[in-house]
Design a protein around this ligand. Structure first.
Ligand code: 13P
Length: 334
């Protein structure tokens, strides 16, 4: 796979006014989301829910790609059309989550490292054949008393870089996601310091593993106050701090940065992205790769009547896609 093709895919993922919908919840995670709205997590419910999302009329107007889970990339609509075909027909690039989730990091209580490198090359080959053109790997960094440790950050960056190199070898654009969690009572300054160290370590590791940045997308967490911090930073502060942190650590040659929503409210996630784009021009397109902030309102509607609320839920998916697409241009208005 040539770097030109990878770069072309990466640029298409962050095309102006478009972003990504993350629907790659593992079966454990989707079961939690379903439980929250009283839906049983059966394979058919998961399939029907993802069909509702992916067949939203006009989704491709604001969505460039969708991240799927292993089960989802093999599924089809009720009429028998593979999800990947529905996506490609609507100009939406199929992506796939390939990590196997965070596990406790031995020797470092309270910290985790993401697993999934063993056998990854073979899995990537299959996902490419199934239609995936980009992949995602999420590392999780906890902030707390004396954590994160340098060892935890380094272990996660190393795994992200090895994953990224394997993706590029197999023709997939790696989306590298080092998520600094919002959980905790830390302030925004602490989040800034941790995010800065994490990004420095990540780009150093990508360089060490010969990863071509032109064919890589960063999925970043915003620099934001901890959920339980007494003082919550304003939209402007979050936007300014996040931009400053990214500009100090992320090479300009990267094709684009997309953000996770991480538990922010729908409106905050949109407002923060919009504010950062209004503060531009920035070195890279800044867009979204939201899971919860794209889906939660629609999931609630769908859960109230699985058979009859599909169109209503899809109208909500489209509204969230349009709002976030406008925010990616710095043109959102409430
Ligand atoms: P959230 O936007 O819900 O944080 O999910 C995005 C994602 O893919 C996390 O890995």
């Amino acid at each position: 796979m040539s770097i030109e093709q990878l770069a072309e895919t990466a640029l298409a993922m962050v095309a102006a006014g478009k972003g990504i919908i993350a629907i790659d919840e593992s079966n454990n995670t989707i079961a939690k989301r379903f439980a929250g709205v009283g839906v049983e997590s059966t394979e058919e419910h998961r399939r029907a829910y993802r069909e509702m999302l992916l067949t939203t009329p006009g989704l491709g107007e604001h969505i460039s790609g969708a991240i799927l889970y292993d089960e989802t990339i093999r599924q089809s609509t009720a009429a028998g059309v593979p999800f990947t075909k529905v996506m490609m027909d609507n100009g939406i690039i199929p992506g796939i989550k390939v990590d196997k989730g965070p596990q406790p990091l031995a020797g470092f209580p309270g910290e985790v490292v993401t697993e999934g490198l063993d056998g990854l090359r073979e899995r990537l080959k299959e996902y490419y054949q199934l239609g995936a053109r980009f992949a995602k790997w999420r590392a999780v960094i906890n902030i707390g008393e004396d954590i994160p440790s340098g060892s935890c950050i380094e272990a996660n960056s190393h795994a992200l870089a090895r994953y990224a190199a394997l993706c590029q070898e197999q023709g997939l654009v790696p989306m590298v996601e080092p998520e600094v969690l919002m959980d905790g009572s830390h302030d925004i300054e602490t989040c800034y310091e941790v995010t800065e160290v994490v990004l420095r370590s990540l780009f150093d590791a990508l360089y060490q593993q010969n990863v071509m940045l032109e064919g890589t997308i960063l999925k970043a967490s915003m620099v934001i106050s901890g959920k339980d911090c007494d003082e919550q930073a304003s939209v402007e502060e979050v936007a300014e701090s996040t931009l400053m942190c990214l500009k100090s650590t992320v090479p300009a040659i990267l094709p684009g940065i997309v953000f996770l929503s991480g538990g922010q409210s729908d409106e905050d996630a949109t407002a923060h992205l919009d504010a950062m784009n209004r503060m531009g021009p920035n070195p890279w397109p800044l867009s979204f790769s939201y899971g919860r902030a794209m889906q939660s309102a629609a999931l609630k509607i769908w859960s109230q009547d699985l058979a009859n609320n599909v169109a209503k839920a899809q109208a909500m998916v489209h509204e969230r896609a349009r709002d976030n697409g406008m925010a990616a241009l710095g043109k959102w208005s409430k």
